[in-house]
Write a protein that binds this ligand. Structure first.
Ligand code: F0G
Length: 383
């Protein structure tokens, strides 16, 4: 199969007089097969379960030197937007769907602010299971809704918040567990297999850096991801892969910050719709992760989040608004003198791709200039 594809350098045209050097022989490497294949020894899975995978994970740790210089730290962005459906959710979904299929579920269901919906839809399609997703009416970014529809899920808009939708799917699956033998599986991050899969992000960071970072910074919504990362680092510590654990730095949007306020938020509101959540299902675990690690959870206002989205894009990494909340909170706290990361290694989890929410950019920017199709007009702009 490899012979069908030319590598970029082999395909490059030869200049006149230039000799084409033979390609150096490369040792064959096993093709990457997704997070379950890579980390199976560390994941709790029914024996013999065949992975439902789209080759998720293995995402890059991209240095962000300009923002890092401003913070005085070595800063990396783990770009989870490069997963198959454009967000970190795929790490957990490969696990949840593998278990659901192995246990004979006929369909899956989730509540979602959008990314879980797209991921569940894709992995259910892959597994041949029917997928239902409940989303808050009118509050899901275009790329996520389109994804869920494209992958063939039945999408239901709930006249309420994500929290209302999650409450509904929990009631439904509780009843199905009691009365119908669990034929419909809940694949939100309250599903323990989701957290198991998502902890592989922590493993990858340690495997890439050779140690844990000093700080791990990420946005917090329903609080599954911060729980998963903390678990991953601690498990690697037990195995002797890391000696020092990172401090967990979680960031909520100011209009949806129950963990910072210390009470649920009935009407959460933020431009970062992915984390527009007022009653995080794993809120207690998030607080424990922050406390045990000597970290913190802070809130960042929408304007700060959007400014950081723009900033990261100017380093070449375009993420959705929620993903910018992490570094936005980090910079905000550093500038206020409440946090000092100088000389430290910081990894920010960039949870979702900017393509998920194109309106967040286009709605805020002036439309591109329109010019007539002639050179004078072009030169007048370009100079
Ligand atoms: N970033 C993005 C892009 C997300 O989609 C989410 C959660 C988070 C951060 C927060 O992660 O919930 O584990 O604390 N999205 C969920 C969803 C709620 O339905 O797609 P969390």
């Amino acid at each position: 199969m490899g012979a069908l594809f030319l590598s970029a350098s082999a395909a490059a045209p030869c200049l006149p007089g230039e000799k084409l050097e033979p390609m150096p022989a490369e040792a064959p490497t096993a093709p990457y097969q997704g997070v379950i294949a890579r980390y199976r020894a560390h994941l709790r899975l029914p024996e013999g379960a065949a992975p439902v995978t789209l080759l998720e994970g293995n995402t890059p740790l991209i240095p962000a030197p300009r923002l890092g210089a401003q913070l005085g730290c070595e800063l990396y962005l783990k770009f989870e937007g490069l997963n198959p459906t454009g967000s970190f959710k795929d790490r957990g979904m490969t696990m949840a769907m593998t278990v659901a299929a192995a246990q004979g579920a006929k369909s899956v269901i989730c509540a979602s602010t959008g990314n879980t919906a797209a991921s569940a839809a894709a992995y259910a399609a892959r597994a041949g299971l029917k997928c239902f997703v409940l989303i808050p009416e009118g509050k899901v970014a275009a790329g996520k809704l389109a994804g869920a529809l494209a992958y063939g899920a039945q999408v239901l808009q709930v006249q309420g918040s994500f929290d209302d939708a999650l409450s509904l799917v929990r009631q439904l699956t509780d009843r199905s567990d009691r009365e119908a033998g669990g034929r419909i599986a809940l694949v939100n991050s309250v599903n323990p297999h989701r957290v198991e899969g998502q902890k592989t992000g922590a493993f990858e960071i340690v495997d890439a850096l050779g140690r844990a970072p000093d700080w791990l910074c990420l946005p917090v919504g329903n609080a599954g991801n911060i729980t998963a990362y903390w678990r991953g680092f601690r498990e690697y510590q037990k195995l002797g892969r890391v000696t020092k654990l990172p401090r967990m730095f979680g960031v909520q949007a100011a209009g949806a910050a129950p963990l910072v306020l210390g009470h649920p938020v009935d009407y959460p509101e933020t431009v970062a719709t992915a984390i527009r959540i007022g009653r995080p299902a794993r809120g207690e675990e998030a607080l424990t992760a922050a406390e045990e690690s000597g970290g913190q959870i802070v809130a960042a206002p929408d304007m700060t989040i959007m400014a950081m989205q723009h900033r990261l894009a100017l380093e070449g990494v375009w993420c959705e608004p929620a993903s910018a909340a992490g570094p936005a909170g980090l910079l905000q706290e550093a500038q206020a003198g409440r946090l000092d990361v100088s000389g430290q290694t910081v990894v920010c989890i960039v949870t979702g791709h900017g393509l998920k929410d194109p309106d967040a950019v286009t709605a805020r920017m002036a439309p591109p200039l329109v010019i007539p199709p002639n050179l004078d007009a072009l030169e007048a702009v370009v100079g």
